[in-house]
Design a protein around this ligand. Structure first.
Ligand code: PGA
Length: 250
């Protein structure tokens, strides 16, 4: 049985007091469930968030890592720093990193390898742009994004990887992929992994959907066979909506 995961990517939102308040609201409203809940606040608040969630069921994760171990990289944050405050999972390859910070597949692979060497688990994001969807080249684009990165890993690394399909045209736009569109790609990706590695690895890797997930569409999307939860942006900033989305997995 694959793990169900709902991860909230707070992006560059929430100061200190909002971080504490949102975590407290989540803790009060989360009921026991089999869903793994993660939140990704901004760097300055990660340690506070780790302390605030305590031993409960929420895992605090990072939105990004630097691709170097340590050294003269002004303004950057290393994996070891994150590990030292109890953050042991990171997003890699979010479309905003790709688009605004020019993170290409080669850099993402470097980050993935360094993370895995450093005991940091990964949620690896991928997904096509609107032009790729319109020109019907989205299968090729998605396949290439994976072949240039996670498909180069050792089979053993997959136990530390979660994938997140995030069609760029659906992120923060209010536009959602239909449940069928999500399922189509998730199944395709699982088939690619099965062909490249094994059906066992393909069956075990959680694949999340991200892109304008809301309480109103979460149940339909999460009900699809190959969708194992979601990576949530905007709706993760509201405790009520985020909790409803988590419950949509039950
Ligand atoms: P959104 O963002 O839910 O606001 O569309 C998703 C994401 O970027 O992970």
């Amino acid at each position: 049985m694959r793990k169900k995961i709902v991860a909230g990517n707070w992006k560059m939102n929430n100061g200190l007091s909002e971080t504490i308040e949102l975590i407290n609201d989540l803790k009060q409203n989360l009921s026991d469930s089999d869903v793994k809940v993660m939140i990704a606040p901004s760097y300055p608040f990660l340690k506070t968030a780790v302390d605030q969630v305590g031993d409960g069921s929420i895992e605090v994760i990072s939105q990004n890592i630097n691709d170097n171990k340590s050294g003269a990289y002004t303004g950057e944050v290393s994996i070891d720093m994150l590990n030292s405050i109890g953050v042991n999972t990171t997003l890699i390859g979010h479309s905003e990193r790709r688009a605004y910070y020019n993170e290409d597949d080669a850099l993402l692979l470097k980050k993935i390898n360094l993370a895995l060497e450093s005991n940091m688990d990964i949620i690896f994001c991928f997904g096509e742009e609107l032009k790729d969807r319109k020109s019907n080249s989205y299968f090729d684009i998605v396949k290439a994004q994976l072949e240039n990165t996670v498909m180069k890993l050792e089979p053993n690394s997959w136990k530390n990887i979660v994938l997140a399909y995030e069609p760029v045209w659906a992120i923060g736009t209010g536009e959602t992929a239909s449940a069928e569109q999500a399922q189509e790609i998730h199944k395709f990706v699982r088939n690619c992994i099965s062909e490249h590695f094994s059906s066992e690895i393909a069956d075990n890797v959680p694949i999340l959907y991200g892109g304008s997930v809301k309480p109103s569409n979460a149940v339909e999307i999460f009900n699809k066979k190959d969708v194992d939860g979601g990576l949530i942006g905007g709706a993760a900033l509201n405790a009520h909506d985020f909790v409803e989305i988590i419950k949509a997995n039950n």
